[in-house]
Ligand binder design. Structure first.
Ligand SMILES: *Cc1c(COP(=O)(O)O)cnc(C)c1O
Length: 338
């Protein structure tokens, strides 16, 4: 099966599994899992942050970031397409009692002047804007990304208004292999950063929240309250260590495959338009008389799994379980679909 549903579907490689099996473990609720401690230290120093926290999911790291960075009746600004707003069950309201101001932009990227114009004054009757969250790369915008310069311009707006600046970097490494920007430059800009190990990096489970010692101490307490305090999870953290050591540079290969298929789709009559492919995600539109659900069904019958992203929208995501050998048959099934 060629599974393009998401980059979350990867299974650990043989080498990753062997590394996991050899992990030294302990009880992380007591702070005594050497593999988790090693992963947290490694990630924190990679980004030049003081501390990191290993969590079961990227939803939890984003939610913890909102929890530790805001108070009830405050407001978080993010893009309308952001994971925080769209795909986390509205949990910002549930866990943190905050509102979201979801700004509609064209390509998933917030524009500094618009963010600046959206900061609310501190009247009693308004939610107080205290946090700005950017997503890089932007999932729903087809893997589009902010350059360092663009993130710096948003940083300037955040600091001008005293907002906490958070990065949902579920796929940050997909961006960094394209731009050549460094983790230290990213660490310098943001107050808190969420990184997923379970997306393109290929670990089976896990995300990290990065920040100051004080913020991570607070996040650690709320992680427990959210039910995310794990015990001998060092086996999982080991997968994250392995992923950071071995699976970053190869993300380029996923991008090359996505670009190759973008070119195939470009020549395919039943494809109406394609969002410019920037990283490992392709979002494309089918002809009006061809519903996305029909394409999904037909491809599935041919052993290609993908998801409908709207009535006429399809998403393909490339990752380390999509091999070179799969590419000719993927190309063939696309061309011969209709
Ligand atoms: C996948 C993803 C997350 C986290 O998802 P989990 O499934 O909870 O790990 C967060 N943000 C973005 C942009 C994502 O794509």
């Amino acid at each position: 099966m060629i599974n393009l549903i998401s980059d979350t579907v990867t299974k650990p490689t043989k080498e990753m599994l062997e590394y996991m099996m050899a992990a030294e473990v302990g009880d992380d609720v007591f702070g005594e899992d050497p593999s988790i401690n090693k992963l947290e230290d490694k990630a924190a120093s990679l980004f030049g942050k003081e501390a990191a926290l290993f969590c079961p999911s990227g939803t939890m790291t984003n939610q913890l970031a909102i929890k530790i960075n805001t108070l009830p009746l405050e407001e978080v600004i993010c893009d309308n397409t952001a994971h925080i707003y769209q795909y986390e069950a509205g949990a910002y309201a549930f866990h943190s009692g905050v509102a979201v101001n979801p700004i509609i932009s064209e390509d998933g990227k917030l524009i500094p002047s618009i963010v600046d114009s959206q900061i609310k004054t501190t009247y009693d009757w308004l939610p107080h804007t205290t946090m700005l969250a950017v997503e890089n790369s932007c999932n729903r915008a087809g893997g589009n990304y902010y350059t360092l310069e663009e993130m710096k311009n948003l940083y300037a707006v955040a600091k001008k208004h005293n907002l906490v600046y958070h990065l949902d970097g579920a796929r940050l490494f997909n961006v960094l292999v394209e731009t050549g920007d460094t983790t230290k430059e990213i660490g310098n800009l943001f107050d808190t950063i969420s990184i997923c190990l379970s997306k393109g990096l290929g670990a089976p489970v896990g995300s990290l929240l990065l920040g100051t010692k004080e913020k991570i101490k607070s996040a650690r307490r709320f992680r427990k309250a959210f039910g995310g305090g794990m015990r001998q999870a060092g086996f999982l953290a080991a997968a994250g260590i392995y992923a950071l050591d071995h699976h970053i540079d190869r993300l380029k290969e996923d991008h090359q495959k996505a670009t190759y298929i973008e070119n195939v789709l470009n020549k395919t009559p039943w494809v109406k338009s394609i969002k410019p492919v920037k990283t490992n995600i392709i979002i494309f539109q089918t002809e009006d008389d061809l519903p996305a659900s029909e394409v999904v069904q037909k491809l599935k019958a041919k052993g290609v799994n993908c998801s409908a992203f709207g009535n006429n929208l399809i998403r393909f995501v490339f990752h380390l379980d999509i091999t070179e050998q799969m590419m000719p048959s993927l190309e063939k099934e696309i061309i011969t679909l209709k």
